[in-house]
Structure formats: C-alpha cells, structure tokens
Design a protein around this ligand. Structure first.
Ligand code: ADP
Length: 174
C-alpha cells in the first residue's frame, strides 16, 4: 500500500494544484493533501478555510484525504507512514528550489522519496500568489480556481478593503 503526501500552503488551492493531486492520486493507493498551517508567512486564508476548500474539491475522490500539519514535512510523512512526497514543477526556478529541498529532506530522512510531477501546460503560470493578486485587483480568476475558491476570495478581499497587507502590489498592477 503506497501512501503519498502532497504538501503545500494552498492559499488558496488552484487548478494547478488540483491537476497535480489528481494525477498523483492515480499513481498511489492513498494521497494525503497536507495543508501547512504554521503561520510562517502571511496567509490570506486561515488553516480551517484552506483545509475546507481542499476537502470540498476532493470530496468525491476516495483516494484523497486532507489534513493540516505543522513542522517539518518529512516528519509528518513519517508520522503517517507515507513513503513519497509529491511536488509540482512549473518552471526552472521551481526545479532549483525543489532540488535543494529534496537534498535537505534526504539528509533528514532516507525513508521519504520526493516525486515531482511536471505541470500541465495550461497551468504553467499559475501560483497561489498570482491568484491572490489578480483577485485583489478585481480580475477574473474563474479559469484558475474552482467556484468555491472564487467565492471565498471575493468575500475575504471585500472584507479586507484597502487594508490588505497580504497581497503585494507589484507584477500585475502596472
Ligand atoms: P508552497 O507555498 O508550500 O510552495 P504551494 O501551496 O504554492 O506551496 O504549492 C504546493 C505544491 O504545488 C508545490 O509543489 C508547488 O510547486 C506545486 N504547484 C503550485 N502551483 C503549481 C502549478 N501551477 N502547477 C503544478 N504544480 C504547482
């Protein structure tokens, strides 16, 4: 029985994540989507909101379970008996980051292997920060995220109004 963990912040989950998770789930017996909940960075959505959105997306896939975690991802993998960690690769900069992370993780334990899946072409540009930024500027994110995510972001961002420290206005504003 092969169990894998797909870890991430999922702030919010988007179609790039969903594609990787669905493809990974076909390769293993159980895929645990692990939502990082230690507030090391400024998250837009709370851990409960992020977990609940991910659960909603995969509610009909019996191979996928969802839970929150904090601390070292390899420790979490070992704790639940997962031998594989799934990552998604978009561009070369992802590769460099994941390469270093995989080596660091391998130093910590030899019991968990990293498996990286290449993104599908149409999701190459997608990241949670891009989604947050477009949404915060009133752009259309309907082709990037499920409806449930679109709705919660709209609500959240309208509550924050202009006092939004979470979405840096750089790349897409000009
Ligand atoms: P983190 O914030 O922890 O880097 P994310 O929640 O952004 O993680 O992403 C979790 C995983 O999903 C990472 O492996 C990341 O590379 C992958 N991922 C993110 N966006 C995409 C995408 N568009 N296509 C494929 N994989 C992606």
């Amino acid at each position: 029985m092969l169990k894998a963990v797909f870890p991430g912040s999922f702030d919010p989950i988007h179609n790039g994540h969903i594609d990787i998770a669905n493809r990974a789930a076909k390769l293993v017996d159980e895929l645990v989507i692990a939502v990082f909940d230690k507030p090391l960075k400024n998250f837009l959505l709370s851990p409960e909101e992020r977990i609940s959105l991910v659960k909603g997306v995969f509610k009909d896939n019996p191979k996928v379970t969802v839970c929150g975690y904090s601390g070292l991802t390899v420790n979490f993998c070992e704790l639940i008996g997962a031998k594989v960690m799934i990552r998604g690769l978009r561009v070369f900069s992802d590769f460099e980051f994941e390469f270093r992370m995989a080596l660091a993780n391998h130093r910590l334990t030899q019991n968990v292997e990293m498996m990286a899946l290449i993104t599908s072409e149409e999701h190459t540009f997608l990241s949670s920060s891009t989604v947050r930024e477009i949404a915060s500027l009133g752009g259309d994110i309907s082709t990037m995220v499920p409806k449930s995510v679109e709705e919660i972001l709209k609500k959240k961002l309208s509550n924050l109004g202009d006092n939004n420290p979470i979405v840096p206005g750089h790349t897409l504003r000009d």
